[in-house]
Design a protein around this ligand. Structure first.
Ligand code: PGA
Length: 245
């Protein structure tokens, strides 16, 4: 049983419309009776940041965004939204470096610039890192993680507003999670990279209300970034409850 302060971050990806927000009622109710030391954060698509923030106004649940444009000023970038605009509509956090965006061509350099711009806008960062299956098979996990951290956080001195989410590419949406011993190794590796002031480190990738019983035992993990399972309020609550059982 853990007594630690844990993060539970819902990454809704491209999911949800105004009606979906009704599903929050169950989670709001739960959060009011939940006495465990925990932080719940919802990262919906941009279209829902404002209405969700309003709905969660009198609760301790916070709202985050999933990505942003690199520029922190207005510009001719059709279809884009910057971190200041996201902050303006209620986001307090932002996921950056997610593998689904890396796969679409986001470089470590671009992620670094986005992180800097989002910090400047006053957002807290959920910085995603993780190796591909090929990199894992070639025993390059540590090298990849190290590189992503060095480049992604380059020249960022104050890291107090950064949370790291370790999400192996191959575990996202596949139902497969790393072996406990491998996960412990990666989490420790990440922690050690930061020296005496390590950030909070979350695990993400196929977290569900079954495998949470195994994942909660991994020491060094400060919470979870949850995709698919977070879309169902019952499953999301179950994950939180089981973390403390
Ligand atoms: P998943 O997604 O839980 O659906 O695997 C996690 C994520 O992409 O953050």
């Amino acid at each position: 049983m853990t007594n630690k302060y844990m993060y539970f971050i819902a990454n809704w990806k491209m999911f949800g419309d105004l009606r979906t927000l009704n599903s929050l009622d169950k989670v709001i109710k739960f959060s009011k009776i939940n006495k465990r030391k925990s932080k719940l954060i919802y990262c919906p698509p941009n279209t829902l940041i404002r209405p969700m923030s309003k709905r969660l106004q009198k609760t301790k649940i916070e709202v985050g965004a999933q990505n942003c444009h690199v520029s922190d000023s207005y510009g001719a970038f059709t279809g884009s939204v910057n971190s200041k605009m996201l902050k303006n509509v209620g986001a307090k956090y932002i996921i950056l470096g997610h593998s689904e965006n890396r796969q679409e061509g986001e470089s470590d350099k671009l992620i670094n610039l986005k992180i800097r711009s989002a910090i400047k806008s006053g957002l807290k960062i959920i910085f995603c890192i993780g190796e591909t299956l090929k990199e894992k098979r070639n025993k390059r996990t540590n090298q990849v993680l190290s590189n992503q951290i060095n480049k992604g956080l380059k020249s960022i001195r104050n890291k107090s507003d950064i949370i790291v989410a370790y999400e192996p590419f191959w575990s996202i949406g596949t139902g497969i999670i790393p072996k406990s011993k491998d996960l412990i190794k990666s989490v420790n590796f990440i922690k050690n990279k930061f020296g005496s002031k390590p950030p909070k480190i979350l695990y993400g990738g196929s977290v569900n209300n079954q495998n949470i019983s195994q994942l909660k035992n991994i020491s060094g993990i400060d919470g979870f970034l949850i995709g698919g399972a977070s879309q169902d309020p019952k499953k999301f609550i179950d994950i939180i409850k089981k973390t403390y059982n």
